[in-house]
Design a binder for this molecule. Structure first.
Ligand code: ZN
Length: 458
């Protein structure tokens, strides 16, 4: 028995995955960053008497959550005052909030924004994040800054830089170079120890409306030379992206991205709230992943993606948070509610489908980047685990677990977070990041960023 063997016992296991069991009085043996055994506590305590032990005190033991689309760079938007009347539509939100905020970020802002989000992720039990980064004043090396923060936190992440033409040809070229540089560096690093990969990369693109055909062609050409690279892009986030694409190129947004070679089975397409049936068929045919961010879509008033239709067509729609809190349970609840009010039908998007998106589908995406299975408790899966002090007041079993999540469980129930067999939080105390110091520094860095923001807004 090796010394890094840990037996977490006296837990209620929620396995998810194909087994999809709820095991009362359960235990998980963690060895070398993976789950080595699962079963009843009494049996595993007997079978592994020399393993170190962690008494879970009857808490729920679940796989860590996965977020398929987020923006660490947006952390300082919380509480930010936007001068003038409230933005009236999504293009104004982009111009007056996001494209000013990202311009105001310096290197310290990039780092601190990331750290703030990583603290939030550990606290809420989100252990794998697909980030989409922008910091136009500090492009070169920005992904290294974020990667360093992710490594310090001990989480898993898939990073990329949002290429855009909105900052001129130099800005676009720098964004392309940052993606290429980081993808190559990441491959070199993971090549040494592929079984221990914690970071991965995609080729980031902002959105059709901010990318010329020339820039898209350069991105696709670079990706081809790298071989097998997926893109991470916003598409049809409301009508403006459609109107722009139709006016400039005579093509609807998804048709354009598909024709230009952006959509492949490793690409992630965020939002698609304003697509038609043919675009949906094109997405399905391309094999690209669609990710759904209902809180963001509601906040931006950009419409509702037809997730029920995509699921009916066996498209493995993902769930992301678009920079909202890293409490993915909150995103699940919002998805569950939004589609019912949208269709005025309580049968639309039942709870098990929401949970499939958040766990099964997000795990399938993660499997393209990480060596061990994520999003489930199974022998051989990564030991990315969370404990929750959720004490069900009604019977809990595998058939009704989705509704316990949607009506009972929240990120605030998470007391312990483990990634690759390493505790990142125990009893709500962070072990890898200095939360108090990060929080205090963040208030200062946010104030400095806000002042640059207001200056640019003037
Ligand atoms: Zn986004």
């Amino acid at each position: 028995m090796t010394t890094d063997t840990l037996l977490i016992h006296n837990a209620t296991l929620c396995t998810f995955g194909d087994a999809n069991q709820v095991i009362d009085g359960g235990a998980a043996l963690v060895e070398n960053g993976q789950i080595a055994a699962l079963g009843r506590s009494d049996e595993l305590l007997h079978a592994y008497p020399e393993a170190r032990r962690e008494d879970a005190g009857g808490k729920l033991l679940m796989p860590g959550n996965i977020c398929s689309h987020t923006h660490f760079y947006g952390a300082f938007a919380r509480g930010l005052y936007i001068p003038g009347p409230a933005p009236k539509d999504f293009p104004e939100i982009l111009r007056r909030l996001w494209w000013t905020l990202d311009m105001a970020l310096d290197d310290d802002g990039v780092l601190t924004s990331a750290l703030v989000c990583l603290v939030d992720a550990i606290r809420n039990g989100t252990t794998t994040l697909f980030d989409h980064h922008a910091s136009p004043q500090h492009i070169d090396g920005s992904l290294d800054i974020i990667a360093g923060a992710v490594e310090a936190a001990g989480l898993r992440a898939v990073l990329c830089y949002e290429v855009t033409d909105r900052n001129g040809p130099e800005g676009a070229a720098a964004g392309i170079a940052e993606n290429v540089r980081f993808i190559k560096a990441q491959r070199a690093r993971s090549g040494d120890r592929p079984e221990q990969v914690m970071l991965s990369a995609l080729f980031g693109l902002h959105a059709s409306l901010s990318l010329s055909d020339e820039t898209l062609a350069r991105c696709v050409a670079e990706a081809e030379t790298l071989g097998g690279v997926g893109f991470h892009v916003h598409a049809a986030e409301g009508p403006a992206d459609q109107e722009d694409s139709l006016a400039k190129y005579g093509l609807r947004t998804v048709d354009r991205l598909r024709e230009r070679g952006v959509l492949n089975p490793r690409s992630i397409v965020a939002h698609v709230t304003a697509i038609d049936g043919w675009e949906m068929a094109g997405l399905r045919k391309s094999g690209a992943w669609v990710t759904h961010q209902p809180r963001s879509n509601m906040n931006n008033a950009v419409g509702v993606a037809d997730v029920p239709a995509m699921l009916r067509g066996d498209m493995p729609v993902l769930l992301g948070n678009d920079g909202f809190s890293n409490d993915m349970f909150a995103e699940m609840k919002t998805a569950y509610l939004l589609h019912k009010v949208w269709r005025n039908d309580p049968r639309v998007l039942p709870g098990n489908q929401v949970i499939d998106m958040a766990y099964r589908h997000n795990a399938r995406l993660a499997a393209q980047h990480f060596p061990q299975p994520l999003g489930e408790l199974s022998v051989g899966a990564a030991a990315d685990l969370i404990l929750l002090d959720y004490c069900p007041t009604t019977p809990l079993h595998s058939d009704n677990l989705p509704w316990h999540i949607l009506f009972g469980i929240s990120g605030s129930h998470v007391t312990h977070t483990m990634v690759a067999g390493r505790w990142l939080m125990k009893n709500r105390e962070l072990l890898t990041l200095d939360e108090a110091a990060i929080t205090a520094h963040s208030r200062q860095a946010a104030q400095a960023t806000w002042e640059r923001f207001w200056e640019m807004s003037g």
